[in-house]
Design a protein around this ligand. Structure first.
Ligand SMILES: Nc1ncnc2c1ncn2[C@@H]1O[C@H](COP(=O)(O)OP(=O)(O)OP(=O)(O)O)[C@@H](O)[C@H]1O
Length: 320
């Protein structure tokens, strides 16, 4: 059966009126469905009916279902990576600031128990306080922040085991976020239980995967894409970081981690490519000093703004 015909046959499913978009890559279908007005058990039942219905059609081996409208008016976006050190936290900070500069009310949940770096990246050591048993995010550089790094001394979160880490991370997600519209969740690198539980609890509208261009990082990024697929969270796109290096002295360009690998992998996996950022010593220096380039003017701020715009474009596709 042709792909179009196959997608049209989804219209015969019992919950077809809730389907907002569908996409077929090979024999895997991704369905975005509107779950507004449903409580948690009803949402789970809808998800199951759509999945079961879709895989009962000939030609569909796997169905990934993303439900929208989990928390009205607020959108969570998970920022993940298969491995550490690829620049996930740096991108989260700067994307958040770019989105805030576009007029959005933005928050960051720094859930990276292995290296909560948002306070450093945003140049703050202010601690949040609690009100009515909820943590109240601090406000810094135009964004709100709750970080695991604000709750424990440096290095201590590492010792947390699954349920303890998940409990603490939920407190961050369920903080008193007020009128915040978009919350970026800086996930711990990798695809283990802590990530899985956090994604299941916060039910992000979508996920962004950060990868460097080289093979090993891409294999891990593919695992991260898989984690979101299994939890029915649409991947909004892949960002390639540390792609290409221009020597500040001689001006010659080189590709220490290869070039274009993340874009090729994204195309193969049928997920959008949001863009790339070069390896830039000035970005690292500014980040270490708590001066996110997205808050300033210049090519780096423009590059982050372009990524943020692409992110919003992809978000609109899954949210409508
Ligand atoms: N494009 C870039 N050019 C140069 N340095 C970068 C770039 N992106 C990130 N870095 C630097 O790489 C280091 C790791 O970045 P970051 O902490 O954002 O990665 P991460 O993926 O969040 O790692 P982890 O999850 O292990 O904390 C930092 O020192 C950061 O300043």
């Amino acid at each position: 059966m042709a792909a179009d015909e196959l997608l049209n046959s989804l219209d015969d499913l019992p919950d077809a009126d809730r389907i907002r978009s569908r996409k077929l890559v090979g024999d895997i279908v991704t369905i975005v469905a509107d779950a507004s007005g449903l409580n948690d058990p009803e949402r789970s039942a809808l998800e199951k009916r759509l999945k079961d219905g879709a895989v009962s059609l000939p030609g569909i081996r796997e169905a990934r279902v993303a439900l929208t409208a989990s928390k009205p008016g607020r959108t969570y976006i998970a920022i993940g990576s298969g491995k550490g050190g690829v620049g996930k936290s740096t991108l989260t900070t700067n994307l958040a600031i770019s989105l805030a500069r576009m007029g959005r009310k933005v928050g960051i949940v720094d859930a990276d128990i292995y290296g909560p770096s948002q306070p450093t990246l945003l140049g703050t050591n202010e601690k949040p306080h609690a009100e009515n048993d909820k943590l109240v995010p601090i406000e810094v550089q135009g964004v709100k922040l709750l970080s695991v790094g604000q709750l424990v001394p440096p290095g201590q979160a590492l010792a947390w085991r699954g349920p303890m880490a998940s409990g603490a991370l939920n407190q961050l997600v369920e903080g008193d976020w007020g009128d915040t519209e978009i919350i970026l969740i800086d996930l711990p690198p990798g695809t283990g239980d802590v990530q899985l539980s956090l994604v299941q609890k916060s039910r992000p509208a979508g996920a962004v995967i950060v990868s460097t261009p080289q093979d090993l990082s891409l294999i891990d990024a593919t695992r991260a894409i898989d984690l979101f697929g299994k939890t029915s969270v649409p991947v909004l796109g892949v960002i390639e970081n540390m792609a290409g290096y221009q020597c500040p002295h001689c001006g010659e360009s080189s590709d220490p981690f290869g070039h274009g690998g993340a874009e090729t992998s994204a195309a193969k996996l049928g997920v959008p490519f949001l863009g790339r950022l070069p390896l830039s010593p000035s970005l690292r220096e500014a980040s270490d000093a708590g001066r996110p380039p997205a808050a300033e003017h210049g090519p780096a701020a423009d590059a982050f703004a372009a990524l943020a715009r692409r992110l919003l474009e992809e978000l609109e596709k899954v949210a409508t």
